[in-house]
Design a protein around this ligand. Structure first.
Ligand SMILES: NC(=O)c1ccc[n+]([C@@H]2O[C@H](COP(=O)([O-])OP(=O)(O)OC[C@H]3O[C@@H](n4cnc5c(N)ncnc54)[C@H](OP(=O)(O)O)[C@@H]3O)[C@@H](O)[C@H]2O)c1
Length: 281
């Protein structure tokens, strides 16, 4: 399968790292960036061909030539222009997958030729280590087997959920933006340890391994049907022990409500961006 990745920043590079650790060969991938400097850096880092628009105005059109799947990975406000740029160079059966927040299927389809298969996705950066999450929403012209092909491709580096497009903003609030919440938690767990006198490196190691271990444990217990997040949390809390006091402090500082507000704020910002992007088109 030939894959073109247009834009190779944080997100597409994370996906590519995950794919290269799995079933995809370097020779099957061509990517693009805007600047020559980032193309050279990404080519060195990932070992794939990276064309730069700065030095080759045809870079994006060249990259999609012969591609089975094209991943659009530029910033949301650049997606429609990019789709319009490549539209005439795509084979009719090439599947165009956007990873952009807020850019809806209708915007993608109207920028491409009539009938082009489109999938709107919402990935997250842990795909880079094979532990990501992706939501996929099929466009009007994406056949079930084309959705299945993309699902199977991305399953190599994470859990892929096919959802209705109306769910994508909520999914963005949970899993698209979600790694940032976990990283924030790790940052402040470590900072709390440093305030109590731990060496900063040790505190960061403890926090990182704890977040990873808790995440792995939760995924495994849910898959086995043996426990959910609340049950695993309660199992750490000995009656009148240290964790109970810690969770009381989290509740007193309204951390549960703050986390829900974060999920809602992400989804709400996605909706707001969609409205702004529609006004630009
Ligand atoms: N970051 C996340 O966690 C995440 C999660 C889910 C979805 N997303 C979505 O992923 C998309 C990209 O976000 P990001 O965080 O990866 O951004 P980013 O790190 O800024 O990367 C953007 C990439 O696009 C390239 N680019 C810009 N204009 C281009 C053009 N005309 N042709 C080819 N390449 C071009 C940039 O090249 P230069 O470096 O040379 O400028 C860069 O490689 C966004 O739409 C975002 O909504 C991101």
């Amino acid at each position: 399968m030939r894959i073109a990745m247009l834009g190779l920043g944080s997100m597409n590079a994370a996906i590519l790292s995950g794919l290269l650790a799995g079933p995809v060969s370097r020779e099957d991938v061509v990517a693009t960036t805007r600047s020559s400097a980032s193309a050279a850096a990404r080519a060195e880092e990932l070992g794939v061909e990276v064309l730069a628009e700065e030095s080759d105005a045809e870079a994006n059109r060249r990259a999609v030539d012969g591609a089975d799947v094209v991943l659009l990975g530029v910033k949301p406000h650049g997606i429609v222009t990019l789709a319009e740029e490549i539209a005439a160079s795509l084979a009719p059966q090439t599947v165009v997958v956007s990873v952009a927040a807020a850019v809806d299927v209708a915007m993608l389809e109207s920028a491409l030729r009539d009938g082009q298969p489109v999938i709107r996705s919402m990935p997250n950066t842990p795909l880079s280590v094979g532990q990501g999450v992706v939501g996929l929403a099929a466009g009007t012209h994406a056949a079930a087997e084309q959705v299945a092909t993309v699902q199977s491709l991305l399953s190599a580096c994470g859990a892929v959920h096919v959802v209705d497009e109306v769910q994508i903003d909520a999914l963005t609030g949970v899993s698209g933006s979600g790694p940032a919440y976990a990283f924030l938690l790790a940052e402040h767990m470590a900072a709390g340890g440093v305030e109590l006198g731990l060496d900063p490196e040790l505190a960061a190691d403890l926090a990182a391994a704890t977040v990873r271990g808790a995440g792995t444990m939760l995924v495994e217990h849910r898959a086995a049907g043996t426990a959910d997040a609340a049950a695993l949390r309660k199992a750490v809390c000995s009656p009148n022990g240290t964790t109970e006091r810690a969770v009381d402090a989290l509740e007193a500082h309204e951390v549960p409500a703050a986390v829900r507000a974060a999920v809602a704020a992400s989804a709400s910002r996605a909706r707001e961006m969609t409205t702004q992007l529609r006004d630009e088109v």
